[in-house]
Write a protein that binds this ligand. Structure first.
Ligand code: GLC
Length: 423
């Protein structure tokens, strides 16, 4: 790993922000694709993009209070609309009623709040006239879909893509992370071909990115290797490997299944589940990039604010079990996760047990233990394996096992944590 990237595996928790014209139809960021909306019809949203409540300082405050250390904003999503004052197009926010450079204000607010700055940038562009129709394009099912590509020149689109990336990585200072999205080389349908590294000229693009921002982290969606892998909307079942070697990874997740603001979607995950996803990821050496889709006014909707605040209540008390932590060598008992940082081991209890937790392999290794939320002592014992169960005396546990003794009442936190100090 590039030592300049160490912040990423230390900080573990970031905010993803999907914002663009799709916030106005408020029916998922893929609305143009899902409803097969033609460009000229979709452009009506451009005329109504006022975003009068856009306040990136409020975004930064919400992220920081949730315990997030970096943010990644969609500079352009598949709809092709630029959230900055690009010199290469008029399909940009500075030409809408909003009239201001969203990216510039976002970067400034993050720097003020001491948050790392990330850009999401779509390789796909359903607005650019030279971007060819393909199997995920809104016009893919048109009868004459393939014929629509006559006169479209992907060379021109590539120049545009590289030109806009150059703008973003030249005009806003140090950018810490770029999240390209996405390549689909294997897909074909209706005589239309998928797109991959040749369509984007990925080797040249990644060289450009590294030339302009030598310490930047680049994701894995250019159809060539990046600095990390980015599982999406699922939790990996263990540390992620490539060719048998562990790789840096970050799971990107939504609050309710949609990245863009989706007004009628109430499938919000509970705060407890969101915290368990964060813990689960860190216990497998991974990060969590948790998404918010601001409304068409530019603010976070109450359900998102509530989720972030709930997570913040937990990270305020339990942050050290996440930041700078990672997988442990010890095997966590059922319904728990271990994160470790130096000689501190954190047992995250996903369900509260009846008094005892038996942990294999820790006998003789523990110096002290406490509940992390209030530093109250947790007592433990090493039962003799040959002990016979009798009345209130439990039978012995396998050699090497330590048994923690917990109160009947769990602490009033979403996920209780026992902090174990190893000798
Ligand atoms: C997927 C979605 C896209 C979203 C991205 C985030 O590619 O299609 O809309 O921006 O994931 O990781």
């Amino acid at each position: 790993m590039n030592p300049e990237h160490a912040w990423f595996t230390h900080d573990r928790f970031g905010m993803f922000v999907h914002w663009g014209l799709y916030a106005l139809p408020a029916r998922h960021e893929w609305v143009m694709n899902r409803e097969r909306i033609h460009t000229e019809d979709y452009e009506k949203y451009f005329d109504y993009f006022e975003a009068d409540l856009y306040d990136p300082r409020a975004w930064a405050k919400a992220a920081k209070e949730a315990g997030m250390k970096y943010v990644v904003l969609t500079t352009k999503h598949h709809e092709g609309f630029a959230m900055w004052d690009s010199a290469l197009t008029d399909y940009k926010v500075t030409k809408t009623p909003h009239g201001k450079d969203v990216v510039a204000a976002y970067v400034e607010a993050l720097r003020e709040a001491d948050l790392k700055v990330g850009f999401y940038h779509s390789l796909i562009d359903w607005h650019h006239p030279d971007y060819t129709v393909d199997p995920v394009h809104p016009r893919r099912d048109d009868e004459n879909a393939a014929a629509l590509n006559e006169g479209r020149d992907m060379n021109k689109y590539r120049d545009y893509l590289h030109g806009q990336v150059r703008e973003l990585l030249s005009n806003y200072g140090t950018i810490d992370y770029i999240f390209f999205d996405f390549s689909f080389p294997g897909r074909s349908a209706n005589g239309l071909e998928g797109k991959g590294k040749d369509d984007w000229n990925s080797p040249e693009l990644i060289n450009l990115v590294r030339e302009l921002q030598p310490n930047i982290i680049v994701n894995d969606r250019l159809d060539i290797p990046g600095d990390l892998v980015t599982p999406e909307q699922y939790q990996p079942s263990g540390p992620m490997l490539k060719d048998g070697q562990p790789v840096i990874w970050e799971a990107c997740q939504t609050l309710n299944g949609s990245w863009g603001y989706d007004r009628d979607n109430s499938d919000y995950k509970s705060v407890e589940l969101l915290i368990k996803m964060l813990v689960d990821g860190v216990s497998k050496d991974g990060n969590l990039l948790l998404n918010v889709g601001p409304t068409g006014r530019g603010n976070f909707d109450p359900r998102a604010i509530e989720s972030l605040a709930g997570i913040g209540e937990w990270t305020k008390l339990h942050g050290r079990s996440i930041y700078g932590a990672g997988a442990s060598e010890f095997t966590a008992p059922a319904d728990t996760r271990f994160t470790a940082n130096g000689n501190r081991l954190y047992l995250h209890l996903f369900s509260w047990p009846m008094r005892h937790v038996h942990i294999a392999g820790l006998a003789g290794k523990i110096a002290y233990a406490q509940l992390l939320n209030d530093a109250s002592e947790v007592r433990y014992s090493e039962a003799d394996p040959s002990q016979t169960a009798q009345n209130t005396t439990p039978g012995g546990q396998p050699a090497g096992t330590v048994t923690l003794d917990l109160p009947i009442q769990p602490p009033d936190v979403a996920v209780p944590v026992v902090e174990i100090f190893l000798k």
